[in-house]
Design a protein around this ligand. Structure first.
Ligand SMILES: Nc1ncnc2c1ncn2[C@@H]1O[C@H](COP(=O)(O)OP(=O)(O)OP(=O)(O)O)[C@@H](O)[C@H]1O
Ligand SMILES: [Mg+2]
Length: 319
């Protein structure tokens, strides 16, 4: 709960219970702007103290004993301060010195984030994506078991976002647990093993990506074919749920996208040849819309802010 204007209170995170952090996995922490992701992460890192409830990381209550797990948790919550005129390597060396980390670690983490070749260039000559990667390198210096990244893809172009996904996957593949937040559900969908979606500070759903996607409905295959009505008959007779679409030469088959070959085989066996086929996978974004009954709300305090009972912020079992 944050103090709001004129004596009100803003309940940023309310009764959220989630469990994240299996080694080798990426857990997406997703929700629209203002849904409480950063507040939750700040609680996890003991940067702010929840007004009620407890937050546990590796079994330790972070509001009182974060120091016990601090060495196992690396994080980027806000843009870390770097010296603009110093090279990436020098910035990391300074951080390593401050934390008593051996210099060899600097080269290791520069390699992990793909900055080994550009280590000597000044920080202010780096692209936004490189700056983000340097920040991740800084968070990896202490070789943490859990890496928490708050919106690491913010502001990056599509290529930068793709690079970030590869980097995050690579870090998890080295055995780390990664918690990555984003307000762009599609941005991290491909890289996550599990996701938690929140809205207005409350849990919407949590589970594996496939489990959560199921809330979006079924995958579909869209076929473009001249003899559309005949094709619908053939596919239906073959046991597939096929329906004409509003467009004259298109039909939808509600089937797992992995079964696309079955669709083409059935049609070809009946001398029907398609001119196009595309798959439409159920997305996390659609799951969010189905579960919340509408588009993500605009940024701002949740309804009833100031009138709700005390929240129970987060239980983040990260062990
Ligand atoms: N320091 C603060 N004081 C008062 N209210 C705050 C403060 N920080 C956040 N809030 C409010 O708490 C709620 C959750 O904000 P938070 O920053 O945690 O959301 P978020 O999911 O990280 O959003 P974004 O995607 O925009 O980063 C919002 O209603 C926000 O306005
Ligand atoms: Mg945020």
């Amino acid at each position: 709960m944050y103090p709001g204007s004129e004596g009100t209170e803003v309940v940023a995170v309310d009764d959220l219970d989630l469990s994240v952090g299996l080694p080798g996995t990426v857990h997406g922490f997703l929700g629209p702007n203002g849904s409480g992701k950063t507040t939750t992460i700040r609680c996890l890192l003991s940067l702010i103290r929840p007004t009620a409830g407890t937050v546990r990381v590796f079994g330790v209550d972070t509001s009182t004993q974060f120091h016990q797990v601090a060495s196992r948790v690396g994080a980027i919550v806000e843009n870390p301060k770097m010296f603009p005129n110093f090279s990436g390597r020098r910035n990391l060396s300074l951080l390593a010195d401050l934390a008593g980390i051996p210099k060899g670690e600097v080269d290791r983490v520069l390699g992990v984030v793909g900055l080994a070749e550009r280590h000597g260039d000044s920080f202010d000559s780096y692209s936004l994506g490189m700056k983000q990667r340097l920040a991740i390198a800084a968070a990896l210096l202490k070789d943490p078991d859990l890496l928490i990244l708050d919106e690491p893809a913010n502001g990056l172009d599509p290529a930068g976002i793709a690079e970030m996904r590869v980097l995050i996957r690579g870090i998890a593949d080295q055995g780390k647990a990664v918690l990555v937040s984003s307000h762009q559900l599609s941005e991290v969908e491909q890289v996550c093993d599990d996701v938690t979606i929140i809205n207005r500070g409350r849990l919407v759903t949590t589970g594996t990506v496939d489990e959560v996607r199921r809330h979006a409905g079924d995958d579909e295959i869209v076929v473009t074919i001249a003899s559309r009505d005949r094709a619908v008959q053939v596919l239906s007779a073959g046991g597939l749920a096929a329906h004409p679409r509003p467009t004259a030469d298109e039909l939808t088959v509600v089937v797992d996208v992995a079964q696309a070959s079955e669709v083409t085989r059935l049609l070809a066996d009946n001398d029907l040849y398609l001119s196009g086929l595309r798959t439409e996978r159920a997305t996390l974004e659609q799951a969010f819309l189905n579960l919340t009954g509408g588009p993500p709300p605009p940024t701002g305090p949740p309804p009833g802010a100031g009138a709700l009972p005390p929240p129970t912020p987060v239980s983040g079992g990260a062990s």
